[in-house]
Write a protein that binds this ligand. Structure first.
Ligand SMILES: [Zn+2]
Length: 320
């Protein structure tokens, strides 16, 4: 006790000097924080680093799902999605290969409402200046993947980056003729492409589906959701991660029943076959998968489910 008393007096003196002393102890409840603090998750993939960046979420009406109504109802119920809107994450993936810093998909900015568009703050959390990003790869030119590459004023979010998108997707979404021929209620789908083309100019470079874009990152042809939809295989040493883009929208339904499509799929049959093929490859070869619309951080593995379909095992959060 003798030794504690002087310490206590010293502490009281120090707190008083700092203006922190209080006559009565404080046990007040802490204020509510109002949102998640963490929206980045970093892991090793071979010699690469892959950082999931949470841009936010969007809500989809259940009617986006296309398939046999009874099957949909049963599968949604089993997946805990009865009735209401389906909340789905919007993730982006930042890959550091050691030679290049590559952003894969960019989220939806505020163009999709207030619940997305946090990617720039997430990069700030990481201490990354957008000017450090060398290349930006987009899976396809829908707004929830591309709007985030452009500021509200129409400038490049990544001032030094090359923006790379597959040629068939650019040929379709950036074509005034295609837009002019589209039904009136679908013209809004061309806005993201137009803004990106205007912002990046000759810094927008197309590629052929299947091309290697930088050592360790290759396009995987995945046409069906859009005319030039590209997935990406990220590989370092034996480690592989297949970024699925919009091969998947509603995890609790489409892993169990990969034949279920969404109304945004450009060619329903092609999208269905492609999803089945990519899921099968990932399960068979035990390749990590990552997807924009998987619950954050959006990386895990697939295995075969008894009776058909797949089970998704989210990768536990890594401490590197
Ligand atoms: Zn999407």
């Amino acid at each position: 006790m003798k030794s504690i008393e002087p310490r206590r007096r010293f502490l009281q003196h120090t707190l008083a000097a700092a203006g922190l002393a209080s006559a009565t102890p404080l046990f007040a409840a802490a204020p509510m924080a109002g949102g998640t603090a963490l929206s980045v998750h970093r892991m090793k993939l071979g010699a690469f680093e892959v950082t999931s960046v949470l841009d936010g979420f969007i809500e989809l009406p259940p009617t986006v799902l296309q398939g046999d109504p009874a099957l949909l109802e049963r599968t949604m119920k089993a997946g805990g999605l009865a009735g209401g809107p389906i909340r789905t994450a919007v993730n982006c993936f930042l890959v550091n290969t050691g030679a290049r810093l590559v952003m894969i998909d960019c989220g939806g900015a505020k163009m999709l409402g207030p619940t997305a568009g946090r990617m720039p703050q997430a990069l700030a959390q990481l201490g990354i200046d957008p000017g450090q990003v060398d290349e930006v790869y987009i899976t396809h030119m829908h707004g929830d993947h591309l709007h985030g590459a452009v500021t509200p004023e129409g400038a490049k979010v990544f001032p030094n980056a090359v923006l790379r998108i597959s040629k068939p997707d650019v040929d379709y979404w950036a074509s005034p003729a295609v837009e002019a021929a589209a039904p009136e209620n679908q013209k809004g789908r061309f806005v993201a492409a137009k803004r990106a083309v205007a912002a990046y100019g000759d810094r927008l470079q197309t590629f052929e589906l299947g091309a290697e874009l930088t050592p360790g990152i290759r396009s995987v042809p995945a046409v069906g959701h859009t005319p030039g939809h590209s997935c990406y295989m990220v590989g370092s040493g034996d480690a592989r991660l297949l970024l699925l883009g919009d091969t998947l929208h509603v995890a609790p339904v489409q892993f169990a029943r990969p034949e279920v499509t969404v109304m945004f799929d450009f060619r329903q049959e092609q999208a269905r076959t492609l999803r089945q093929d990519l899921f099968e490859m990932a399960a068979k070869e035990n390749i990590l998968i990552g997807a924009v619309h998987l619950p954050f951080p959006g990386i895990g593995r697939l295995r075969h489910r008894d009776g058909g379909g797949y089970v998704y095992d989210a990768l536990p959060w890594q401490m590197y």
